[in-house]
Design a protein around this ligand. Sequence first.
Ligand code: NG6
Ligand code: CA
Length: 519
Amino acid sequence: MKSRSVFILTPMFTWRGLLLLGAGLLCSEAVAEPSRPRAIVIIYADDIGYGDLGAYGAHRVKTPHVDRLAREGLRFTSAYATSATCTPSRFALMSGEYPWRRAGTGILPGDAPLIVDLDRATLPSVLRSAGYSTAIVGKWHLGLGAHGQTLDWNEPVAPGPREVGFDYSFIMAATADRVPCVYLENQRVVGLDPRDRLRTSYADPFPGEPTGVSIRSQLKLDWSHGHNQAVVNGIGRIGYHTGGRAAQWIDEDMADTFTARALQFIERERARPFFLFFAAHDIHVPRVPHPRFAGQTGMGARGDAIVQFDWAVGEILAALERHGLTRDTVVILTSDNGPVRDDGYKDRAVELLGDHRPAGPLRGGKNSRFEGGTRVPFIVRWPARMRPGVSDALVSQVDVVATFAALTGQKLTPRDAPDSLDVGSALLGESPVGRPYVIQHNGQLALREGRWKFIETSSASPFQETTATETANAPEPQLYDLETDIGETRNLASAQPERAQAMAEKLDAMRRAGRTRTP
Ligand code: NG6
Ligand code: CA
């Protein structure tokens, strides 16, 4: 090795060579110190589908703030969450690893231990090393505490967001339809009365506590499937609890509460580089928007929750504007999985849907490997560096870690973010091409490459009755041409068996390789 590099350097030892070397050094310096954004804000919606926002074609629900972001930024038409449910998509966004490589990355209960590795880089740890002050406000759903440990909500819970890389956290542990129904600030339950100890269980009810079954007739929002265990704020949840009354949230105030914390963080950190991960609860169930949004759309709580989400987006954009941060802040807005109508509560999302199409032209939704499950809205705005427009580049949320590592000059070790590709040139609109393929996941996998979409076989049910979702599970392979058939209606697998076979083999090879990023 040594003698080879001497051999290469020797012939360069001429005046011209020295000049070239000098220019090379200057260039590599420029590459090592890319111009980085002053601040980074990721707005992560919950269950917002490809067709749910004005910028993506919705017309019955108005989303002026999101639409403005799209007008001022780059709107992606082929951006994907890795998975069709929440925990796995969030795991990928944080870790840069496909969740299906790991057991235990499915939808987590509220008392699950942390599933993110602490000895590898994460999105917030990378940005923390790059000098950004980091915060998560909103939904966590990645587990808290160590494996084998029983969580005590009356003590600080760790490991959690801080150990994963967030300097500040204000979160709900899992989902709003799962206990515990309390906020945690910096890993302590907020507003807990020490005399009223909070306990949760996903196995057994606590004697004497009412449930969604025992007091069903008194509920403010009735359940349609599941969600009939603990009752908080007149709404049944998944899991049982007792105590902690003073700390319980009020669903109607949740968007206000999260937004206020996000604005406080921006205000506090405005003079230095910061990264805010705003993980909204909207529009997940239970959908109980604040009275000022309830009834606004005529589409029921689901539509009203979209308007509430848009309001929160507007507040965050206005805060950036107020502090003169708009120009040099990267804002990314996207969603963790596709849309669902009835996800367990009788909130009239189905009856009042009318001609609104939550997944736009796509088939399927949450819990599906059809495009509607994982192809999501994705908008990037960075006025200092990007021109507005629309991009058809293929990108995945698993790429965010490597892309921001590159953008902020941080090195990933070969073990870090094993499936995350640097798609910076696509994300910033410098290239119309992103990653060469995208893997989609819900139980089994699917592969999109250019116009072709391959869905591997599965013996699981093709239809989820409770949510009325076409899951895309089928015993035979499926192949669709998205260019002529974006709704995935004509299975071409038997007409083009070689293409289907080649794509199946590619998926298998990527699964076996254990990683897809070349270090
Ligand atoms: C399901 C819940 C659903 C929702 C989902 C998680 C039932 C019947 N359904 O198990 O309501 O909570 O989990 O959604 O309990 S996610 O967006 O967080 O993945
Ligand atoms: Ca979700």
